[in-house]
Structures are given as structure tokens and as C-alpha cells.
Design a protein around this ligand. Structure first.
Ligand code: AMP
Ligand code: MG
Length: 395
């Protein structure tokens, strides 16, 4: 099963796996919405400044008290915001509506003068005004927010059913890769993908349970894939080594111990994308170029993580029509161009975010959207319109 029960305190961002129904009314008891006096409205119907109604004050109902003193005609009880409305009372007269001289601070007055007509139910919050017992207040597949945690607390729902966090093994590959904390050497580069992919996994509600770099030889690739498989992740995700390079072993090793469904996609960036199973564990191989890996993650991995998390695969992919500030070119493959989309004079306008080379990570860093050029389109002039996938908030 891909669900579990967890403490509500740690549930922010998790996805509910069941509908949640109110175990009781909220507010749980009828209470006052103001500091003032609980009264019987019938007593005060005719109250006017020239002819006030005088009520005998028989006690206090502070917040947290039981509030079970019955109110009889001619009486009032001093009441605080949130305190239970006493039996018999049907309205509250706020302090603000009573002459200052008639309610000395701190001291309970013997009488109170009501000089405005009182409507039944005024300043009273009836039980169930917010939500009634049995009503579904959060639906299955909903992502828990801060306000939801407030409601869960009010209902005492201290452990809640959620979908399990998808577990992803993140593998990088290449003899050129060096850990970011280590010194560089000629011909080497620092490994970006391991960390970027892990962060993307986290950002999309998953957990990177294993991260390693494989060397460009058959044995190392198999070792690392076997180690990853031992964690029994939901997906093994790799970058690099899936193309046609002389030292690209990932495909071969996956095929020798599982199978590949495909290993090329007619898109740009990110043509060498592989999908299959390694020892019965779903495997996705993305290209090594960091931009291709990033785009490949959004296009291929994000929907899988969402499905595993209990969400619709494509729900909340924000696509809007934008006007192009720059002319664009493509080679006819479906292309995902890194762009900055902003509102200008009431219209969404997209411009390219830096050099579109698939190794140029700053084009992603500066972008907030991917312009989706459909396959078959080779160029578009400035001023034409195109779909943009907004993948993060516009700064
Ligand atoms: P490959 O798919 O192995 O041919 O790699 C394509 C390009 O991506 C090469 O320029 C690699 O150096 C680069 N690359 C591969 N893996 C990483 C990584 N983890 N971090 C940064 N660049 C990488
Ligand atoms: Mg390589």
C-alpha cells in the first residue's frame, strides 16, 4: 500500500489519502463573539437611550468556564469572547454599546443599562456555524496547508492518512564528475545533477533515498544500479550516460538486468531519455546536460512523482498563452525554451532567458517558464503567441 498515517504536526505539504469529515461541530459550542453581556433579547427589545432597560448582573462567564448558569428574565451575565453562551441567553450586548460609567474596569457591576434594542442572536456564534458534524472538510488528494493544520488541531485529528512520500534513487554518471566539495582537476567538472535532481525530487514531494556517481565503466554502473535497487525505491533516476557515446553504459546495463521501453524522445533539449525497468524497479534515464536533465525532470519525472503521491499527473501544470518578445527558432522537434514570462501592459510576454545551449544552466536559473514550441514549427517571429509552462513563481 502506498499510504500511511502520520502525526498532523508533520503533515504540511503531504497529500491526504482519504476524505476527512468533521468529528464534531465547529464552533463546538455556541459562544460569544464579543466581550460584553449575555442577555435575553426579549428583555431588551424596547431599549432606547431615553428609556434604557436595566438588567441585574448575576455573574461572570470568562473564556474557558463551563457557562452553565441559567439566565432568567431581567438578568445579564458578563461574558468574554469565546465563552459559552449561558442557557436562556440568546444575544450579547458588546461592552462598546454600554456607557463607560456603567462598567467599571475589573469590577463586576451590580446592574447594567441597555440603551439600544437587542436583536435575537446578535454577537452570538452558533455551534456548527463554521462546519457541521460529518461534513467533509478536506478531500482525498488535497495537499495539506498551514490553515488545514489549524483545523486538524481544532478537531483533535492528531494522526492523519496520507500517501507515502515517493522514494527516488538519484544516480549521476561520468568520469569527469567531481564532488562539489573536492578540488577540480584538468578535464573534470563538478557534479551538478545529483544535487539538482535531489532538490527537484524534494520540491515535488518526493525523497531522494540514495545518491551516487557511477564511473563510465560497465562494472561501476552495475554496482551503483544494484546499490540503488537495494534501497527498493519507487524509481531509479539517472542522468547522463544514456546517449550514443563510447562510454555510455547505462542503457546496456539496464537492458542486461531489466528492459528498456525506449531511449530516445523527439524533443529539445533532452533527446536521450530512457525509460524501462532495472531488476523490476521503474527506471528513468535523463540526459547529462544539466538543462536537459532539468527539463527532462519536469516533463517525465514530475508526472510520475505526482501520480505516486496521489495527485493527478498533470494537474496544476500552469500553461498560459504568451506573446513572444523575441523571434525564436527550433529544429522542428518539440522544444522547451527557457524564458522569462512577465506581464507587460496587461499582457503576458515571454523573452528568452540567455543562451539556450543545453549545458547552460544559467538559462534555467534566470527563467520562470518553458516556451513550448510544437513539433514541426521551425521558427516564429516576435509578436506571435505561444504556450508557456510557468514552472515557478514570477519574481
Ligand atoms: P553524457 O550524457 O554523459 O554524454 O553527458 C552530457 C553532458 O552533460 C556532458 O557535457 C557531461 O559532462 C555533462 N554532465 C553529465 N553529468 C553531469 C552532472 N552530474 N553534472 C554536470 N554536468 C554533467
Ligand atoms: Mg558521460
Amino acid at each position: 500500500v502506498n499510504t500511511e498515517r502520520i502525526p498532523f504536526t508533520g503533515s504540511l505539504g503531504r497529500i491526504l489519502s482519504e476524505d476527512l469529515a468533521a468529528p464534531y461541530d465547529l464552533p463546538i459550542f455556541t459562544n460569544s463573539s464579543m466581550d460584553g453581556y449575555a442577555v435575553l433579547s426579549a428583555d431588551c427589545r424596547s431599549a432606547v437611550p431615553e428609556n434604557p432597560v436595566v438588567l441585574k448582573v448575576i455573574g461572570d462567564i470568562p473564556a474557558g468556564s463551563r457557562g452553565d448558569t441559567r439566565l432568567e428574565p431581567g438578568q445579564a451575565l458578563r461574558i468574554m469572547t469565546g465563552a459559552p453562551l449561558p442557557p436562556g441567553a440568546d444575544a450579547v450586548v458588546p461592552i462598546e454599546d454600554i456607557l463607560a460609567s456603567d462598567h467599571p474596569v475589573g469590577k463586576l457591576p451590580s446592574h447594567v443599562k441597555i440603551s439600544q434594542p437587542v436583536k435575537p442572536g446578535q454577537y452570538v456564534r452558533p455551534a456548527g456555524q463554521d462546519i457541521q458534524t460529518g461534513r467533509v472538510f478536506l478531500q482525498k488528494c488535497h495537499r495539506i496547508t498551514a490553515s488545514d493544520i489549524g483545523v486538524l488541531a481544532m478537531f483533535g485529528l492528531v494522526d492523519i492518512p496520507v500517501f507515502r512520500v515517493p522514494r527516488i534513487a538519484v544516480i549521476s554518471s561520468g568520469d569527469e564528475l567531481i564532488d562539489p566539495s573536492q578540488p577540480l582537476a584538468p578535464g573534470k567538472i563538478r557534479d551538478a545533477n545529483t544535487f539538482m535532481m535531489s532538490a527537484l525530487v524534494t520540491e515535488h514531494g518526493g525523497q531522494a533515498v540514495y545518491t551516487r556517481i557511477a564511473r563510465d565503466d560497465y562494472a561501476s554502473v552495475q554496482d551503483i544500479l544494484d546499490e540503488a535497487a537495494a534501497y527498493n525505491p519507487d524509481i531509479i533516476l539517472s542522468t547522463a550516460g544514456v546517449s550514443v557515446g563510447a562510454f555510455d553504459y547505462i542503457r546496456t546495463v539496464v537492458e542486461d538486468h531489466g528492459h528498456l521501453d525506449f531511449w530516445r524522445v523527439n524533443m529539445r533539449p533532452g533527446k536521450p531519455v530512457a525509460s524501462g525497468h532495472y531488476r523490476n524497479i521503474p527506471f528513468l534515464g535523463l540526459p547529462g546536460n544539466p538543462v536537459s536533465a532539468f527539463v527532462g525532470f519536469l516533463v517525465f519525472v514530475r508526472p510520475v512523482i505526482r501520480r505516486l503521491s496521489g495527485l493527478e499527473a498533470e494537474m496544476d501544470r500552469d500553461i498560459i498563452l504568451v506573446r513572444l518578445a523575441d523571434p525564436i527558432e527550433s529544429d522542428g522537434r518539440e522544444s522547451y525554451l527557457r524564458a522569462i514570462v512577465e506581464q507587460q501592459a496587461g499582457e503576458w510576454v515571454g523573452r528568452l532567458a540567455g543562451h539556450q545551449g543545453s549545458g547552460n544552466l544559467l538559462s534555467i536559473v534566470n527563467a520562470n517558464a518553458l516556451l513550448i514550441v510544437p513539433s514541426g514549427v521551425k521558427s516564429l517571429p516576435a509578436g506571435s503567441t505561444l504556450n508557456a509552462w510557468i514552472f515557478r513563481m514570477i519574481r
